[in-house]
Ligand binder design. Sequence first.
Ligand code: ZN
Length: 173
Amino acid sequence: MALLDVRLYGDPILRRKAMHVQEVTPELRRLISDMVETMFHQVGIGLAAPQVGIPYRLLVMDDGKGGARALVNPVITQRSGSVVDEEGCLSLPGIYADVERSKSVTIEATDEDEQPINIEATGMQARVIQHEMDHLDGILFIDHLSPVARDRIKQKIQKHGFPKERRSRAFAL
Ligand code: ZN
């Protein structure tokens, strides 16, 4: 296992649309375990492959039971409701903002053994999945903000870099 470098805002890979995974190879399985290790090391609860420089439709997330699960080629098949809550991102360290998301989502994907999985997620889990799936399409959480709020964040990063003060709340995605 190895810790991976998390790509930061400004890296072009974070803006690229990720590719469909054709086959879960041993290399990809190793990547998944490295992504899980990196996610927990960074005190995150979700991590998408483009965030570690790999342009594939793959993400890992905290399963809420002390472990992690991988979603390969995830697709949202149903959404309902909407809810606003604060979000952060491992690729934008120290930046937090309120983001509106669907309250619950149904996801179809496969796991690392290429077995189909179907998840009905609500609450934080639904938020994590939507945030990470955005990464697979080159979308960042700040893209959901108003242009004014987004520009304020961009200017702050350009001028001062990422804030040094990081909150310990473990919800960076
Ligand atoms: Zn993120």
